[in-house]
Design a protein. Structure first.
Lengths: 81, 684
């Protein structure tokens, strides 16, 4: 199995679909994001990477807005499908 | 079965839970706080087929962890209060994410009904549910609903009563977490057998699961070293296998099991999910346009509140003045102390607060509109980049803005903040946002002492307040309210057209709190302050035939407030304040604008309108511009009015914060005014 490279969510351009690898954050925040559907291998669509502005993703059909700092801590795998 | 049931409504934020709550209970609602926490508690009553149903609206949550007060409140309510049935409101158009909370309610093993709200939207999105199949897979009853059109309410209540009658619980072990996790759960469960008091309160499996998830509250309840050690080992073991913390693996498995159920029982006929960016969002959250649009919208809210609200406010003012005259006209015999109590104390005090009701209704209507359409979430997002630096949440901006009008509704508006620490920090600094009641003070002083720089001085006062608020909020978040500055993560709900009924209900719920406050605490305090400014009376013979203005002044000086003012005068002297100012400041505790009317009395100018030309001439003769500025500064920072303190007490749930606000701000005002006056004197 070839290893898929991981990149921070903040560097994914608008409109691209990726899969969640892991989140580099404290237990509380990680659990909150997990409850909102951001668990490993979930498909994430970057709805708007309006750097430096809002960062919006769609996860399981919901819009979630993330602070920029947060988007840097979410590591994703580029989707192969 | 009994004729009274208690049901609890659980659900995600934006699942339409409030709409269903309103549909169920109509106008029979009570809004308060859960004891000891700043979490709004709403409950109401409905009747169905001869059964009285008490409905408790739990806070909107995504999960039932111990990481947020809201989730803890919801969880502990279900565990400790044993509602007969828990109704989980599920946004059917977003079924996977919404069922996550359902999986945790299922694990609590309580009688549960799922209400699939917004099933019309789900249909439009091309989702077709096999309800009987999904119900069988999850082990709970499901009722499709459209809360905004009252559809499905009857069916929901039928199901609720049935479920209560049979006390049908979903049954344990609905979700399997896979061999590795189950093995660890079994290991922990085995150890729990013997000596854990928490067992009586929670089921064994649930307890084991929460321990494995490293749930703070539950872990603190378990004192057996063997259990804690086993949990530590199990977590380490799982983390070694999966490269993730146990709680994330568990969350993943829950989503996995939902996914499995949905694959069997939910068909998605179109691929048209709402993944495409909304056109509205492209404009409203635009990196450059977003902020100006937000500012314009806030300006409109502000204008609506204070311009459109002005006329009804005048009518109410006239009404209270009329009421006072009527009371005087029909008063039997000479107007005595009782007359003064009714007219000056009750009508003056409560009237002074109630005349703002039109503004408050309009303000809450506007906020309800922004919230119900989904714009509020966007606004918070736009402001977050700025507010985050202060240590507050993007949404804190809204109550602070309202604070320019009046601190009381502003403090109530902090209910839109989900995080407790953010909420308290915001409440604590709101009095520094210069409210409308302080404006008459500025209008007395600025034209008198700074006729050539009116705009500059006025805006500098407002600006000083904002700066101190920012510094103080930052300081609070670094000290008393320390805690992880929660990185911004927020759901952006889809834009929705609000219903008139929903808007009016939201508006009225919050406005009613204000009215109730005016009728209770504020009324009581107004009477106390009235008594303190009226008693004790000086010897009436000594007053002789002095003109009435002189009599009023002597009476005020002789009263408790006058005496306090006089006692305080030496303390306030280093700030440039004499006994007149001191006495007026004491009176201003009732309401800031009272300062002006008290100064009027102190100078016995006896004008019809407080703070008029004659008073200005007098203060110009007696004080320097520096003293004038110091009065404004002190009024800005010090001693929020009693209504504000009472509201802080109510909303934070403790006198501790209210008293800290009162004394902290007053001490701060003293220090700052002292510095300004003493340094200023060297130059002027």
């Amino acid at each position: 199995m070839n290893k898929v490279s991981q990149i921070p969510l903040s560097s994914v351009p608008t409109g691209q679909r990726v899969r969640l690898a892991n989140i580099d954050a404290g237990q509380g925040l990680k659990s909150r994001l997990a409850a909102m559907g951001m668990v490993p291998n979930t498909e994430i669509l970057v709805v708007s990477n309006g750097s430096p502005g809002p960062f919006v993703v769609a996860v399981k059909g919901c819009r979630i807005a993330l602070g920029r700092g947060m988007a840097r801590k979410v590591m994703v795998k580029t989707s192969l499908s | 079965m009994t004729d009274t049931l208690t049901i609890a409504l659980a659900g995600n934020p934006n699942s339409g839970k409030t709409t269903i709550f309103n549909a169920l209970t109509g106008a029979h609602q009570h809004v308060g706080n859960y004891p000891g926490v700043t979490v709004e508690k709403k409950h109401g009553v409905c009747h169905h087929k001869g059964v009285r149903i008490d409905v408790v609206d739990l806070p909107g949550t995504y999960s039932l962890t111990a990481y947020s007060v809201e989730e803890l409140v919801a969880r502990n309510f279900i565990i400790d209060e044993h509602p007969d049935v828990v109704v989980d409101i599920v946004d059917a158009s977003n079924v996977e994410r919404n069922l996550y909370l359902a999986t945790q309610l299922i694990e609590l093993d309580v009688p549960l009904v799922l209400a699939f709200n917004m099933s019309d939207v789900a249909k439009r999105r091309g989702l077709v549910f096999d309800i009987p199949r999904l119900s069988q897979l999850l082990g709970v009853g499901i009722v499709p609903m459209v809360g905004s059109r009252n559809e499905g309410v009857e069916a929901l209540l039928d199901t609720v009563i049935d479920t209560a009658r049979t006390r049908a619980t979903p049954g344990p072990r609905r979700i399997r977490y896979g061999a590795e996790v189950e093995e660890e759960l079994a290991r922990i469960e085995a150890l729990l057998d013997t000596d854990c008091r928490a067992l009586a309160r929670y089921g064994k499996r649930w307890l084991a699961l929460k321990l494995l998830e490293n749930d703070k509250e539950i872990t603190e309840m378990v004192h057996t070293p063997a259990v804690l050690e086993a949990v530590r080992l199990s977590r380490a073991h799982l983390s070694a296998i999966f490269g993730e913390d146990a709680e994330i693996i568990i969350a993943e498995r829950r989503y996995g099991s939902i996914s499995g159920a949905c694959q069997e029982a939910v068909q998605s006929s179109t691929e048209l999910r709402h993944d495409m960016p909304d056109k509205a969002d492209a404009v409203l959250t635009h990196p450059i346009l977003g902020l100006p649009i937000f500012i314009v919208l806030m300006y409109l809210v502000f204008q609506l509140t204070f311009t459109a609200g002005e006329y009804p406010m005048r009518w109410l003012e006239a009404f209270f003045a009329f009421a006072a005259r009527m009371v005087t006209a029909v008063w039997p015999g000479e107007p005595g102390p009782l007359h003064s109590l009714v007219v000056d104390g009750v009508l003056g005090g409560v009237g002074g607060v109630l005349i703002f009701l039109p503004n408050i209704l309009l303000l809450f209507l506007a906020i309800a509109f922004l919230e119900d359409t989904g714009y509020m979430a966007r606004a918070a997002f736009i402001m977050d980049q700025i507010m985050h630096k202060i240590g507050l949440h993007g949404k804190s901006f809204i109550p602070m803005l309202i604070g320019f009008g009046c601190s009381v509704p502003a403090i109530m508006a902090t209910r839109i903040l989900e995080n407790q620490r953010n909420r308290i920090a915001t409440i604590m600094v709101i009095p520094l946002i210069s409210c409308g009641a302080r404006f008459p003070i500025y209008m007395m002083i600025i034209p008198t002492f700074f006729p050539n720089h009116k705009g500059l001085v006025l805006s500098s006062i407002y600006f000083i307040g904002i700066i101190i608020a920012i510094v103080l909020a930052r300081l609070l978040r670094l000290t008393l309210l320390k805690g992880e500055t929660i990185p911004f993560v927020m759901e952006l709900p889809p834009y929705r057209l609000p219903t008139i009924r929903g808007l009016l209900t939201h508006m009225w719920q919050r406005a009613w709190l204000y009215v109730r406050k005016a009728g209770t605490v504020i009324l009581a305090i107004s009477i106390v302050i009235w008594a303190a400014t009226s008693y004790p009376k000086p010897d009436s013979r000594a007053l002789g035939d002095l003109p009435p203005e002189e009599v009023r002044m002597i009476e005020l000086r002789h009263s408790v407030v006058g005496r306090i003012g006089k006692t305080l005068a030496p303390v306030l002297e280093p700030l440039g304040f004499d006994w007149r100012i001191s006495t007026s400041l004491v009176g201003a505790f009732a309401a800031k604008e009272v300062f002006v009317s008290q100064m009027d009395i102190m100078y016995a100018v006896g004008e019809l309108k407080a703070g008029g030309e004659a008073l200005r001439a007098r203060i110009q003769a007696d004080y320097t511009p520096l003293q004038g500025f110091c009065v404004m500064l002190f009024c800005l920072i010090s001693m929020p009015c009693v209504a504000t303190i009472a509201m802080t007490r109510q909303e934070t749930g403790s006198w501790r914060w209210a008293l800290l606000q009162l004394f902290g701000l007053t001490i701060l005002a003293y220090i700052i005014t002292f510095a300004v006056y003493q340094v200023g004197r060297l130059f002027v």
